[in-house]
Design a protein around this ligand. Sequence first.
Ligand code: ATP
Length: 218
Amino acid sequence: MRVSRIGIFGGTFDPIHLGHMIIAEQVREELRLERVIFVPGGIPPHKEASSVRATAEDRLEMVEAAVTGNEHFTVDRVEIDAGRPMHTVDTVPILKERSAGEEWFFITGADEVSNLLTWKEPDRLLEEIIMVAATRPGYDLAALGHLEPRLRNFDRIVPVECSRVDISATTIRRRMLQGKSIRYMVPDGVYEIIEDRGLYEGDGRRIEGGSLTEEKTS
Ligand code: ATP
């Protein structure tokens, strides 16, 4: 019988966008994952609380809207319910207890993986799960090489090449503040929530054309 493989995809998802959806789908297919569990974060330990714009519930509902219609995608609110920052190494064992699965994967963008040494207990995390570094075509894997001598479990980082989609949540928030369209950068259901609730519009700080200083840019 085939081993059941489950993927976990954590993020701030402020908001979830097509870059996220495409890597989740392509990694699922490539690694033959039965399911991908999306885990919207409370305020992540490495991000300034003030840089997260939408409420936890709005971000959760956007993720729920995004996964609707894909039978392989589900959402777990463990980090939202915790109401405090959680580290991946603490979240993963909870999710593993909640779901049957024999092999567990954590999906991240390769650029995020290259910062793995700043995460809490990266070696223990790599004992719990296999880390998937979603790369774009042409990505130089040497960019992960500095991790090799520093991690006992470096071989549990696996690159998976995905289509390059140059969208980030930061870009979406910035475009909203500039009054520009974000249609088709996010799934339709997410677009409707953003429009209906007036998310990311800024409080009178919408600017015309010029540069934006108060929004995070990286
Ligand atoms: P922000 O711009 O606010 O930092 P983000 O777009 O990077 O947000 P997150 O929710 O922080 O979104 O990301 C969750 C995960 O998705 C991270 O591992 C990140 O590397 C990955 N990711 C985000 N956007 C893309 C993209 N366009 N292509 C590949 N991976 C992505």
